[in-house]
Design a protein around this ligand. Structure first.
Ligand SMILES: NC(=O)c1ccc[n+]([C@@H]2O[C@H](COP(=O)([O-])OP(=O)(O)OC[C@H]3O[C@@H](n4cnc5c(N)ncnc54)[C@H](O)[C@@H]3O)[C@@H](O)[C@H]2O)c1
Length: 375
């Protein structure tokens, strides 16, 4: 199979669909070839020479990649110009997030391509293995970003996370103890802060208590506990997720009055609308703003800020699925692996993901039926 890797064209997107070491793994058996668009990874230190050494060929344009590849691998959802380059039966493997995006969905349906979304591939434990690497990155980065925002020059309290001998460390409250929350807590603990995690799931709180051996305080998430916790916190991380729904507003504007002036809110859940009433999405160019003396950091695509680490983490997770698709061909790979099949969103003009069909008014076609019909 020929696997194509175009350069990402979305504004300020520096990640790339495959690292040079990923290329090396794919071409190792001699069965597959990889075609990378020139300068696809240059911004994050992956040069054309590195891709060539790993065994890839270089294409001078995206059009050449889309024209020749059997499977196109990317990071972000295809832009309209990319959708129009897809051809019937070609596999597209990338983040799609189709439910809120009628235009992209229409173009992918029209393309007759086979669109497999990273974000809906599942694993045997009910997790989302191609979404979690970005949550790991965002969770860890939340503490780094929040620590910077705590500095006086940013409007923060002027508090160092770990304190110093003789001076108390900062207090960090993490609301939501999933992938983001756990990774944020780990970083905060590592920096020497006093950390509390709040979650609605008692099972999750028990797991966290075991994992950290009691070094992190756990609290049931309810409005009384949140209210009490944020009064004492120097930094609050918003990391909740209710799958398929907007994030609940757990900290209201009125509650900000009880917080310490210059405390920091990092709303990682901003991509689902945010879990603080005063959150609004910001960018890496202008990441923070202040409301009622409280510093807010609400960047909606945090992993993009550490694009090299994110690309490596993403390739680690996506590569086994790419290999499966390339080795078996997309039909057999999807027939054999129900978790990969859950990633199938559009197949030869049919919408095969229930939530996308429901939200955008397309008839839902069972993925098995669509795969067999395309054979
Ligand atoms: N901003 C970014 O760049 C970025 C990057 C990655 C992920 N995210 C977002 O971060 C959020 C968290 O993602 P995740 O992967 O950790 O999800 P996850 O499913 O692993 O964890 C979510 C946790 O929230 C808990 N929760 C739900 N309702 C709660 C409540 N009322 N109070 C406290 N806890 C509650 C759940 O029990 C669960 O443990 C999501 O909205 C995700 O989209 C944002």
């Amino acid at each position: 199979m020929l696997i194509g890797v175009p350069k990402e064209i979305k504004n300020h997107e520096y990640r790339v669909g495959l690292t040079p070491s990923g290329v090396r793994e794919l071409v190792a058996g001699g069965q597959h070839k990889v075609l990378v668009q020139t300068h696809a990874g240059l911004a994050i230190g992956f040069t054309d020479e590195q891709y060539i050494q790993a065994g890839a060929s270089i294409a001078s344009t995206a059009a050449e990649v889309f024209e020749r590849a059997d499977m196109v691998v990317k990071v972000k959802e295809p832009q309209p110009v990319e959708c129009r380059m897809l051809r019937p039966g070609q596999v597209l493997f990338t983040y799609l997030h189709l439910a809120p995006d009628p235009e992209q969905t229409k173009l992918l349906v029209e393309s007759q391509a086979v669109a497999i979304a990273y974000e809906t591939v599942t694993d045997e434990r009910g997790g989302l293995p191609l979404l979690s690497p970005m949550s790991e990155v965002a969770g860890r980065m939340a503490i780094q970003a929040g620590a910077h925002a705590l500095e006086k020059a940013q409007g923060g309290r002027g508090v160092l996370l770990g304190g110093v001998p003789g001076v108390s460390p900062a207090r960090v409250a993490v609301i939501g103890g999933g992938v983001v929350g756990l990774n944020a807590a780990r970083m905060a603990l590592g920096a020497g802060a006093e950390v509390t995690i709040l979650d609605k799931s008692l099972t999750r709180l028990k797991e966290i208590d075991m994992v950290f051996g009691g070094r992190i305080k756990t609290l049931m998430s309810n409005s009384a506990n949140i209210d009490e916790c944020i009064r004492e916190a120097d930094m609050v991380i918003g990391a909740v997720l209710i799958p398929g729904a907007a994030a609940p507003k757990l900290v209201t504007r009125a509650m900000l009055k009880h917080m310490k002036p210059g405390a920091v809110l990092v709303d990682v859940a901003i991509d689902q609308g945010g879990c603080f009433e005063t959150s609004r999405a910001t960018t890496h160019q202008d990441p923070i703003y202040i409301v009622d003396g409280i510093v807010h950091y609400c960047v909606a695509n945090m992993p993009g800020g550490v694009a090299r680490t994110s690309t490596q983490a993403l390739t680690n997770a996506t590569l086994p699925y790419m290999q499966e698709l390339a080795n078996k061909g997309w039909r057999q790979a999807l027939l054999d692996n129900p978790h990969l099949r859950n990633g199938l969103n559009i197949c030869h003009g049919r919408v095969t993901y229930q939530a996308v069909a429901r939200d955008l008014g397309y008839p839902f076609v069972d993925p098995m039926e669509a795969i067999k019909a395309a054979s």
